[in-house]
Ligand binder design. Structure first.
Ligand SMILES: C[S@@+](CC[C@H](N)C(=O)[O-])C[C@H]1O[C@@H](n2cnc3c(N)ncnc32)[C@H](O)[C@@H]1O
Length: 290
């Protein structure tokens, strides 16, 4: 792995360091990743992934795109800067008997040759990095001419239901809880505007760029504890925000969440929380090799 993470993390003090992602790898694997498989499969199909293709997953976590790609018959390399995420990915692949490779790597400087992969994708990964333009150029560099680049990112934060339910339950118990600073937009939503995502893919020299806004993330939960686990497992920032709450406050928040979810529930006791997505796909220019 290169030292680039230190360079880029220094650009923005709100970037969670690699250690913070390592620390949530187990929760991510248990509470977040399993719910994403259908979305990932649909996105891989949008990007034209075929059995036998080479597929590179960038900021792969525990295999959000990699495991579905391998199940579709692709030859997969998963990369992430968090060694713990890659360990979890490898463990999941072993259990399923999937032949895949995982490597620890920073997405701002991929240690991979040019023009190597049929499809290169990132789901909720390059979406949130501090130098996204650079990471996208790297994704394009390692894609074969004629191959496809896929980026899955959150849309409008105002419609991210899990985030707002979680925040309002905390504020019901701790009225002066502020949540994320409003004057510093979260990197997680830097391409929430589909036009911004489209332009960034074009700036990375992709052609035939499309941004599909029809898909949404769907989180199904039955209890406040499940929503808490999903939220603090999905990204290090929520865990940092709630780190100073007392045990009593946490217990009260869980009770408030239980009530909110019951109100939203659809009869079988489960509630579905959605978030809008932007799924960008582009093609690398150049002659397709014979
Ligand atoms: C929200 S998770 C998404 C994981 C996975 N792509 C998925 O769909 O489940 C974000 C991932 O980005 C990784 N990440 C963050 N910054 C990175 C960087 N500079 N280089 C590589 N991976 C990075 C984190 O370690 C984490 O695994």
């Amino acid at each position: 792995m290169t030292d680039i993470k230190h360079e880029t993390a220094g650009q923005d003090e709100h970037v969670a360091p690699v250690e913070a992602w390592d620390a949530i790898a187990a929760q991510y694997d248990e509470h977040v990743a399993p719910g994403e498989a259908d979305l990932a499969t649909a996105a891989l199909r949008l990007a034209g992934l075929q059995a036998g293709d080479t597929f590179l997953d960038v900021a792969a976590g525990t295999g959000g795109l990699s495991l579905p790609a391998a199940r579709l018959g692709a030859e997969v390399l998963a990369t992430d800067w968090s060694p713990k995420m890659i360990e979890r990915f490898e463990a999941r692949a072993r259990v399923e008997g999937l032949e895949v490779e995982g490597r620890v790597m920073d997405c701002h400087a991929l240690d991979l040759p040019d023009d190597s992969y049929d499809v290169v994708g990132s789901q909720f990964g390059v979406m949130l990095v501090p130098d996204q333009a650079r990471a996208l150029r790297e994704m394009v560099r390692v894609t074969k001419p004629g191959g496809h680049v896929l980026l899955i990112a959150y849309g409008d934060v105002a419609r991210f239901e899990a985030f707002h339910v979680f925040l309002s339950a905390i504020q019901a118990v701790v009225p002066d809880f502020e949540g994320p600073a409003e004057d510093e937009p979260m990197l997680e939503f830097q391409v929430a505007d589909p036009e911004v995502l489209r332009q960034r893919l074009i700036d990375a020299r992709l052609t035939d760029v499309t941004v599909d806004i029809r898909h949404e993330e769907r989180i199904t939960v039955r209890t406040g504890q499940q929503l808490w686990d999903w939220t603090v497992g999905s990204n290090p920032i929520p865990g940092m925000l709630v780190a100073d709450l007392t045990d009593t406050q946490r217990a009260d928040i869980l009770r408030v969440l239980d009530g909110m979810l019951r109100e939203r529930g659809d009869g079988d006791g489960s509630a579905v929380l959605t978030a809008p997505l932007n799924i960008g796909v582009g093609t690398k220019q150049g002659a397709v090799p014979e």
